[in-house]
Ligand binder design. Structure first.
Ligand code: ADP
Ligand code: MG
Length: 401
């Protein structure tokens, strides 16, 4: 797969100014970075370029200043923790284009690292403005995109700039593309999908794309309730989208026509409210009082899902199976996640997962490290799972000008 994309392999970067698009949209509190994950993720590319003798110029967005200079949204607080992780000084320029940036770049020596101020202080960034992209491009000799999580947006620093400079995928981008390719692009078969979460309405494109690609698809979480209701089962006071009955039946028919086996719940865990420690009752389908809610997958459902994992070579997962934030309704998700992790560790399964809440659930179950890959890219991961082409990824395809 990697050969489909231009990477830094074999590229001589000595004395070159490498403009590197990273995602430093990190969690921050009172001007201090509270989670280093995204800084760590950028290190392999930065190190590789420094080792090759390049000048490393980092560009990123942070938060949503909407084209204005908002001091509380400065990237400056990233400098110290990044320098510490890297074990080398990181310089900072108060603007990402124009004289300030040009002078900072001109002062660089080979191996130096410079972080430029928030791209979104300029309206041209989100507008994918070619003139703004030209100002950025003037600062570099080559462009490296290491921000998969920003690749679903056609912005100047992910899209327009890739037409102005030789463009390459960074190390983190390459890892992410390879993992995604092993899950949906060219996966080992059979492939099992798990889609959970709350709403069918936000995951229609996802379901359609997965049905085309997968051998089996398990539907869990609140969205399974909509499918159960569409099949005529009582769902009590559960979260449900009754207006989507026809849509759900259409999805079931589509799956049948594409020979994708749908796995819907066969038992349920109900309670009156999702409260910590609430009395959770295991029930058969339809066995629910009008004031009760389905809050998790039942044990037989989880067992069947684990058996489906045993019979699969690849698993792709988005969305928890229950209201995992409120124990004991995390049980189904945790049990399924642990099983997938065991299979991965034993080399029997390639498991790729992503989505904001999915990542939280896997972290809470302490299994994220055992999965083949857990994407923290959020929206970009979901759009990729929906089969959409991502502007920031397309820009790096070999063969494109
Ligand atoms: P992700 O962020 O990984 O894409 P989603 O945002 O689609 O996942 O779904 C996560 C949400 O789904 C969680 O807040 C969880 O509480 C909710 N959820 C899961 N199962 C149920 C259920 N049975 N009823 C209501 N909400 C549910
Ligand atoms: Mg979510």
């Amino acid at each position: 797969m990697a050969e489909d994309f231009r990477t830094l392999d074999g590229v001589d970067v000595k004395d070159k100014r490498a403009l590197v698009r990273v995602d430093f949209n990190v969690p921050m509190e009172n001007g201090a970075v509270t989670d280093d994950t995204r800084l760590e993720a950028a290190l392999p590319t930065i190190r590789r370029l420094r080792d090759g003798g390049a000048k490393v110029i980092l560009i990123s967005h942070f938060d949503r200043p909407k084209g204005r200079r908002v001091p509380s949204m400065s990237l400056k607080p990233v400098v110290a923790p990044l320098g510490k992780l890297l074990g080398a000084p990181v310089a900072f320029a108060n603007d990402c284009v124009g004289e300030v940036a040009e002078q900072a770049v001109a002062a660089m020596h080979d191996g130096d690292v410079l972080l430029l101020e928030n791209l979104r202080f300029h309206a041209g960034e989100e507008a994918d403005d070619p003139a703004f992209a030209e100002q950025l491009a003037a600062l570099g000799d080559l462009y490296v995109d290491d921000a998969f999580s920003a690749a679903h947006r056609a912005h100047a620093s992910t899209d327009a700039i890739a037409r102005l400079l030789p463009a390459y995928a960074g190390e983190q981008m390459r890892r992410e593309l390879e993992a995604l390719d092993s899950a949906l692009g060219n996966p080992k078969k059979p492939v099992l999908g798990i889609v959970g979460g709350s709403k069918v309405s936000t995951k229609l494109d996802l379901l359609h794309n997965l049905i085309v690609k997968l051998d089996r698809l398990a539907i869990g979480g609140g969205m399974a309730n909509t499918f159960l209701a569409a099949q005529g089962w009582a769902v009590g006071a559960s979260y449900c989208e009754p207006a989507l009955g026809d849509t759900a039946r259409g999805i079931m028919a589509f799956a049948e026509s594409r020979h994708c086996e749908l796995l819907l719940p066969v038992d349920i865990v109900v309670a009156e409210r999702p409260e910590p420690g609430a009395a959770a009752r295991v029930r058969d389908l339809g066995e629910i009082d009008p004031h009760e809610r389905i809050l998790d997958a039942g044990p037989q459902t989880v067992e069947r899902l684990c058996a489906a994992m045993d019979a699969s070579a690849t698993l792709v997962w988005n969305g928890p199976l229950g209201v995992f934030e409120v124990p004991p309704f995390d049980r189904g998700t945790v049990a399924a996640a642990r099983h997938a992790a065991e299979l991965c560790k034993a080399g029997k399964l390639v498991a790729v997962a992503g989505g904001g809440d999915t990542v939280s659930a896997l972290n809470a179950a302490h299994v994220a490290g055992d999965f083949t890959f857990v994407s923290t890219a959020g929206g970009a991961f979901l759009e990729w799972m929906e089969g959409k082409s991502l502007p920031g990824v397309e820009a790096l395809r070999a063969g494109r000008a």
